[in-house]
Design a protein around this ligand. Structure first.
Ligand code: FMN
Length: 352
């Protein structure tokens, strides 16, 4: 029987309204991205990985990652750290996370050399100590996101997964590539199916899911509770809608421009103009590609010095976007609905 992607499910006591999870992506999953993901059908959204040490040391920029808006829930905040990050988990819970997700999959050396990320896949005893400490520190469910292992062909996740559940994990996400593979080759969801067999908690399947056909096939093949979408949603929230609702959807130019304008304005509010200018450049290509706008248009946007100029150019290229932006912005909760950590330095949200 085909799986119903709109059927609610739960992680611990947290109800998730659809079977589509928007992935954590460093340098991408800012609040604007997560709120948009919820609007387009993701049942659960996740922050990018946040350094536990950065949280504990009240690093100003790290704290900026902990903004939680009223329309994001349910929201997972992902942390990484190998010094059992119990205090960081408590702070993340206080910031309003419904779920604390632990990153045991990051293959980047900057992270693994500290003993965190994918390194933990090779040290099950430490991984379980980290898991136990975090699960014991917070009342919200704690979940783990893993790769299949470090070396190509590794099946470490199949041994570690059940141990993590024994140590308190309320759900597991598996991206079944090795850390060595980075993003090459294919995600091997036969491994996901084996993990599902071995644990009694929900498993989320991550890797190479960009369409409804793939989502349904992976759910059927693996018995996973949900699918996670990462690269497929970059500049393309319509992929989430297609997966959620079934109809292939080609957005009109006006709608693309409008979503991008709202995203730009939200990013500026969140990051400040100076950081937003650089952060947004990759999004122009992602949004305007897919044959939606001629290629030179993207080149033109990345040259502009302020986001105001970019917005002006987008409205000129797609005049019908303005009323859509107005409607979308009217529907967004205002910044006052945001929960921020009490100690958050005011300068972080100086943009309003
Ligand atoms: C730019 C980028 C940043 C990522 N950052 C994170 C991260 O912070 N935490 C994490 O657990 N996974 C991260 N991932 C991995 C994704 O969450 C996902 O597991 C992976 O991209 C496979 O899914 P996909 O084929 O749908 O892209 C990142 C992936 C990309 C492309």
């Amino acid at each position: 029987m085909p799986v119903n992607l709109q059927q609610p499910w739960s992680i611990g006591g947290v109800e998730v309204p659809t079977r589509i999870v928007l992935a954590p992506m460093a340098g991408v999953s800012i609040q604007a991205f997560r709120r948009q993901g919820r609007r387009f059908g993701a049942g659960l959204v996740c922050s990018e990985m946040v350094s536990a040490a950065g949280i504990e040391h009240r690093n100003e920029r790290t704290f900026g990652y902990l903004r939680v808006a009223a329309d994001e829930h349910p929201l997972a905040i992902q942390i990484f750290g190998a010094d059992p990050p119990a205090m960081a988990a408590r702070m993340v819970e206080a910031a309003g996370a419904d779920i604390v997700d632990m990153n045991f999959g990051c293959p980047v050396r900057k992270v693994t050399k500290t003993g965190a990320g994918a390194h933990l896949m090779e040290d099950p005893a430490l991984a379980c100590r980290v898991m136990e400490a975090v699960a014991g520190a917070v009342d919200v469910p704690v979940t783990v996101k893993m790769r299949r292992g470090v070396a190509n062909g590794s099946r470490a996740c199949l041994e570690l997964g059940p141990q993590l559940v024994g140590a308190g994990a309320a759900a597991l996400t598996l991206h079944p590539r090795s850390a060595q593979q980075m993003y090459t080759g294919e995600a091997d969801h036969a491994v996901t199916a084996e993990l599902v067999e071995r644990v009694g908690v929900p498993v989320i399947a991550s890797g190479d899911i960009t369409s409804r056909t793939q989502a349904l096939a992976v759910l059927e093949q693996t018995g996973a509770a949900a699918v996670m979408v990462a690269r497929g949603a970059q500049g393309n929230p319509w992929a989430l809608r297609e997966i959620a609702e079934g109809e292939a959807f080609r957005p009109a130019r006006e709608e693309v421009a409008a979503e991008l304008v709202v995203f730009i304005r939200e990013a500026v509010r969140e990051l400040g103009e100076q950081r937003a200018v650089g952060f947004l450049k990759k999004f122009y290509g992602w949004y305007l590609g897919h044959g939606r706008f001629p290629k030179p248009f993207k080149q033109e946007l990345v040259q502009l010095r302020t986001t105001e100029e970019v917005v002006t150019r987008l409205f000129a290229a797609a005049p019908g976007a303005a009323p859509i932006v107005e409607r979308l912005e009217a529907e967004l909760p205002t910044a006052e609905d945001e929960v921020l950590l009490d100690a958050l330095p005011i300068s972080v949200y100086g943009g309003g």
